[in-house]
Design a protein around this ligand. Structure first.
Ligand code: ADP
Length: 250
């Protein structure tokens, strides 16, 4: 299997405070990778560093290249809470924005771009909302529109920051099924996630973080009480898929 993401000695500081310290790992292509760890563990910071959105020390290579050389090939869905949902834009135009990095600034969107955006809207079951303002949608519908925007980009790597927060069960199911379809097509999906009860069903590989890397590898190897305790201290209680109760800490 080919490596998608390779990270060596990655550190990030914000005004002198350490957010990530000496993180090294590599991840295989064609997997759904979960990034978990307590609040403030540096999960979003890691994603932003991989995307070249924050300054870092160390080395990051994606498909053997630097991120600036393959930006078109990475689709990013930021946390819903960081998006201005009052911004006046129609659903169909928000999705079409996923095509912009493929279109030179001096050209208009072509029929092919509009078709890709339309297909992406259909894939998330939002085609009948195309003329609505994004602010009129529910949380789950908004998230599906942003997933459609990422799909329209035709990327090989998808970065999603907490995609399931504040959304309905139906939207979550649609998104999870889509991510699995993308994996079948050989895409790599990198997901920040905080609900430990879903880890075993959603992810193939896991990165466990708490400022430094606690564990990285297949979920079966990483998702265990010892590693969870190192990441969460006494604050995690997990029910594993075989219904055996695993309680970590007091
Ligand atoms: P997580 O996503 O795991 O909750 P973050 O990556 O958001 O963690 O944050 C890691 C640490 O870095 C936290 O202590 C947070 O307060 C700090 N931090 C995050 N973004 C900034 C920023 N832009 N400026 C200063 N500190 C930040």
């Amino acid at each position: 299997m080919k490596k998608t993401i390779e990270v060596k000695n990655l550190s990030v500081h914000y005004y002198g405070d350490i957010a990530l310290e000496n993180v090294s790992f590599s991840m295989n292509e064609g997997n759904i990778i979960g990034v978990v760890g307590p609040n403030g563990a540096g999960k979003s910071t890691l994603m932003k560093a991989l995307l070249g959105l924050v300054k870092f020390d160390g080395e990051v290579s994606i498909f053997g290249q630097r991120v600036n050389e393959l930006r078109k090939n990475i689709a990013y869905v930021p946390q819903r809470s960081t998006i201005d949902w009052d911004f006046p834009i129609l659903v169909e135009d928000a999705v079409l924005m996923g095509r912009y990095m493929h279109i030179p600034w001096y050209k208009k969107t072509a029929k092919k771009d509009r078709e890709k955006a339309e297909k992406a809207l259909e894939q998330v079951g939002m085609e009948s909302f195309r003329k609505k303002q994004i602010g009129e949608l529910s949380g789950g519908q908004q998230q599906r529109v942003f997933i459609a925007r990422a799909l329209a980009q035709d990327a090989d790597l998808f970065f999603l920051d907490e995609p399931f927060v504040g959304i309905d069960v139906n939207s979550e199911e649609i998104i999870v099924n889509l991510l699995k379809q993308l994996r079948e097509q050989g895409k790599t999906i990198f997901v920040i996630h905080h609900d430990l009860s879903k880890v075993e069903t959603y992810f193939d590989e896991l990165l466990m973080l708490n400022q430094r890397l606690i564990g990285a590898g297949p979920v079966k190897e990483i998702f265990n009480p010892q590693i969870l305790k190192q990441a969460y201290g006494g604050n995690a209680a997990v029910i594993s898929s075989d219904k055996e109760m695993v309680v970590v800490g007091p």
